[in-house]
Design a protein around this ligand. Structure first.
Ligand SMILES: N[C@@H](CCC(=O)N[C@@H](CS)C(=O)NCC(=O)O)C(=O)O
Length: 206
């Protein structure tokens, strides 16, 4: 059975759990990272030398890096569902996975560290302000892409929606001022109707 190591409040772990839920895969989740520890155990380091989560083991394959895991699970178990075999359609979705890592993840992390994981007296509000501005600007690109299609992956949910869809939860949940991005809000509403998203992603931010 698929095994997934990681704490459920990690955005990178959520991507993998959401993907597994969408594909209706049977899996075992082993809590790891944060207060659970485990990631510094030699046995875990042998699986993932970075000591980060998530890591998976599936049918003898050990894999880390959340986006690579999502691609693997979708390609192996979700052809025609989350995975598009047509290279052109897949590239259109795949691009948003890299965009999420390169442009959304850093300001998202700044918001989480300051507004969720730090007590008020330890928050750096200048960092928060810059992160809100940067994330708003970058999510503007997502909003624009959704003018022509209901999902970042095209007409249906796919790999391209998973990383950005995971991070956008915080954008709508945190007490910040948001620019009006109606297509982004519509996409988030569509995601929020999905049982897999509700189970893996729409849990309290901690
Ligand atoms: N690029 C990696 C980043 C992994 C990562 O930074 N994971 C964080 C949680 S989101 C982590 O393991 N933090 C240490 C911990 O939880 O103990 C991925 O996408 O999998």
């Amino acid at each position: 059975m698929l095994r997934i190591w990681g704490r459920e409040n990690s955005s990178n772990v959520k991507k993998v759990l959401w993907c597994a839920e969408e594909l209706e895969l049977a899996y075992e989740r082993i809590p790891a990272g944060g207060r659970h520890g485990v990631v510094d155990d030699p046995a875990y380091r042998a699986l993932n030398p970075n000591g980060l989560v998530p890591t998976i083991e599936d049918d003898g394959l050990v894999l880390w890096e959340s986006n690579a895991i999502v691609r693997y699970l979708a390609a192996r178990y979700g052809d025609g569902v989350l995975w598009q075999s047509d290279p052109v359609r897949r590239a259109g979705a795949d691009r948003w996975m890299d965009f999420s890592n390169s442009s959304l993840a850093a300001p998202y992390r700044d918001l989480m560290v300051n507004l969720v994981r730090s007590p008020p007296e330890k928050r750096d509000m200048r960092v928060v302000e810059a992160a809100v501005a940067r994330l708003g600007q970058m999510l503007g690109h997502v909003d624009a892409a959704l003018a022509d299609q209901p999902y970042l992956s095209g007409e249906a949910l796919g790999i391209g929606d998973i990383p950005a869809g995971t991070l956008v939860q915080a954008w709508f949940a945190l007490p910040i001022e948001r620019p009006e991005l109606s297509r982004l809000a519509g996409w988030f509403a569509r995601l929020s109707e999905r049982p897999a998203y509700r189970k893996a992603v729409l849990i309290p931010l901690t």
